[in-house]
Design a protein around this ligand. Structure first.
Ligand code: HPA
Ligand code: ZN
Length: 321
């Protein structure tokens, strides 16, 4: 495999980096009895049929995250593995509502993740930014209250995102949340067009006025949408192994990534929830290289798209390009 140019990972859920071994370590540390025999038994359940079947397990396993130290250990484990994968900059989403719903204070999860990010550049050579993602299958009023709390506590976030079950929860439900975030100087991203229709991508652009679309693979079903995305160079953070595991595509050979590149869309490759979907950023690159026969020029384009689409300062961006 040709070596990867410097890459940014822009679509990564920190709770989706919780490896089965760490689930068991944290469960033991917190006195939690898990309904799985061991890490291998848990990993054997990672056979998903759609987004919801994954989310059910994702929300269940994160129950082992109880203390700041737990959040920090999970984050450090991701950074260590991402450094080995060649990641030089990471924009990391976390799901505060998933923890608040379990009685974990906002400060515990934010401070835990942030404490690991604070030493990332020195420890792992990875610059980082944090994005608070809201769960679209919970009320927008709840998201708004959490956003106001994050702003009030001066949480070290660069932006907000929107994730969880997509179909039936269009972006427009969250218009006010995004207006408040933008007024507070936060950047805006949203999952759209993973399982949901192209109209959700239009809404994310027109109503939420996002800076990036997470996934967006269904945009190819709508020619006018493709033209809009190409014309505005809207970044699409594509996650090939995730799309295969959640059956958004029938197999990697049918993944739209090559067609998206041919159409001139601004796509990057990302790992989404690497502990659950069969691999980190290097695994995603290896898979698309093998299946699509991508060469050094394709890899260089995907890597530079990722760095150019990051919410990075100019100096760090120039260093990575
Ligand atoms: N899609 C939507 N929501 C998510 C995902 C995903 O792949 N991972 C974690 N939350
Ligand atoms: Zn995602």
């Amino acid at each position: 495999m040709p070596s990867l140019p410097p890459c940014a990972e822009l679509h990564l859920h920190i709770e989706g980096t919780l490896e089965p071994d760490l689930v068991f370590t944290l469960a033991a540390r917190n006195g939690i009895t898990l309904p799985y025999a061991d890490a291998a038994d848990l990993a054997a359940r990672y056979a998903f049929t759609d987004l919801q079947s994954f989310l059910d397990l994702y929300y269940a396993t994160m129950d082992v995250l109880r203390t700041e130290e737990d959040f920090a250990d999970m984050t450090r484990a991701y950074l260590r593995r991402a450094a080995a994968a060649g990641v030089r900059h990471a924009e990391i989403m976390m799901d505060p509502q998933a923890h608040l719903a379990r009685g974990i204070p906002l400060k515990t999860c934010v401070d835990g993740v942030a404490s690991a990010l604070a030493t990332s550049e020195a420890e792992f050579g990875i610059s980082t930014l944090l994005i608070a993602a809201f769960l679209r299958d919970r009320p927008a009023a709840e998201a708004l209250a959490v956003l106001r709390d994050l702003i009030a506590m001066k949480a070290p976030i660069v932006g907000i995102g929107l994730d969880s079950a997509e179909v039936g929860y269009p972006p427009s439900l969250f218009a006010e949340v995004y207006d408040v975030a933008r007024a507070a100087g936060l950047r805006c991203v949203a999952h759209a067009g993973e399982e949901g229709p192209p109209s959700y991508v239009w809404e994310a652009l027109d109503v939420l006025r996002v800076d990036r679309i997470d996934h967006g693979i269904r945009c190819l079903e709508d020619e006018a949408l493709v033209e809009r995305l190409v014309g505005e160079r809207v970044p699409l953070t594509v996650c090939p192994l995730s799309n295969v595991r959640l059956r958004a595509v029938t197999g990697l050979a049918d993944h739209p990534l090559p067609r998206m590149l041919e159409r001139g869309l601004n796509v990057s490759v990302n790992s989404d929830d690497p502990a659950y979907f069969g691999g980190y950023l290097d695994d995603n690159f290896a898979a698309v290289e093998e299946v699509f026969g991508f060469g050094p020029a394709d890899l260089a384009l995907l890597a530079s798209n990722s760095v150019r689409s990051a919410f990075l300062g100019q100096a760090r961006r120039d260093l990575l390009l």
